[in-house]
Design a protein around this ligand. Structure first.
Ligand code: SAM
Length: 284
């Protein structure tokens, strides 16, 4: 019978957050796959766990997954841990989980600390609907595209950031998310640690603050989504500046037939198809 892949969340700064269930799992596993074995050795030594370890990281994620799956097929139970927090969330593991599922291996998750959820709960922002974005891409074009997508995001969204990139990221957020006014942001640092700090402010005020202060520690940024009313107001203003015939013609140019184009224009403007028809008749 095949073994099980067990995803084990580890503390993000406070060793007291290591759960008894995860300790038992790490103790009893045949093998622990760790993102950085040297780093994890400290954690495992602290808890007197001496299970054999192997590395599983970004740069060996496919080849090593094949090796781990072969061991799982032999009946070994393997625990996956990363440097801190929940594996697979902005951390290695996604490929391994997918390949295990495809290979018919049972995967289970032992929940525990996760920086994004911890930050969200402390943000004071809308938690009913949220988006996790992880790290913004560093490559210029991909980053611009990601910021563009976020411009009209109405849900609360969460970013991870390292201290040396924080100022740049705040500056990019300020220049991309200006529509609808300055946004609330919660800057969450050193979560679960002695000097945990959550700064509830706005994007522009955060930029000013870090003009005179160097960011320290890892950050989670929780950002207010755009007010849906300001998106609607902007949309309406856009259509008001366009005549109804031009509006219908715009959709026809995109390949719609006249009937579909009239329906789409009516929906955009919040008017009936009869109104669109009358405007087109007047134009004749
Ligand atoms: N898988 C981990 C999780 O979900 O908790 C996240 C791993 S990701 C490589 C590391 C990022 O998580 C950091 O750059 C930071 O944005 C965030 N992070 C991790 N620990 C944190 C902490 N104690 N306080 C604030 N942010 C933290």
């Amino acid at each position: 019978m095949s073994g099980i892949l067990q995803l084990c969340a580890t503390p993000i700064g406070n060793l007291g957050d290591m759960s008894p269930r995860i300790l038992e799992c790490l103790q009893n596993a045949d093998l622990i796959a760790a993102e950085d074995t040297r780093n994890s050795l400290k954690l495992l030594n602290h808890f007197d766990i001496h299970t054999p370890m192997t590395s599983y990281h970004e740069f060996n994620k496919v080849e090593k997954a094949h090796i781990l799956i072969a061991q799982l097929h032999e009946g070994k139970n393997i625990a996956l841990i990363t440097d801190a927090g929940t594996p697979v969330i902005s951390d290695p593991g996604e490929v391994l989980v997918r390949m295990c599922i495809e290979a018919g291996i049972t995967v289970t998750s032992l929940p525990g600390p996760c920086a994004c959820i911890t930050a969200l709960t402390l943000s004071g922002l809308d938690t009913r609907r949220f988006v996790f974005e992880g790290f913004l891409p560093r490559e210029k074009k991909e980053r611009e595209q990601a910021l563009k997508r976020l411009e009209n995001e109405s849900r609360t969204f969460i970013l991870y950031e390292a201290p040396h990139h924080l100022k740049g990221t705040l500056s990019d957020l300020a220049s991309s998310l200006y529509c609808g006014g300055d946004r609330k942001i919660a800057l969450c640092r050193e979560l679960t640690k002695k000097f945990e700090e959550v700064i509830h402010t706005t994007i522009n005020s955060a930029l000013l603050r870090y003009e005179n202060e160097d960011p320290r520690g890892e950050y989670v940024l929780v950002i207010e989504g755009r007010d849906i009313r300001s998106i609607e107001a902007e949309e309406n203003a856009k259509w008001e500046s366009m005549s109804i015939p031009d509006h219908v013609a715009m959709y026809e140019a995109k390949g719609m037939d006249r009937k579909e184009a009239m329906k789409a224009a009516a929906a955009d403007r919040g008017v009936s198809k009869r109104d669109i028809y009358s405007a087109l008749e007047k134009e004749k």
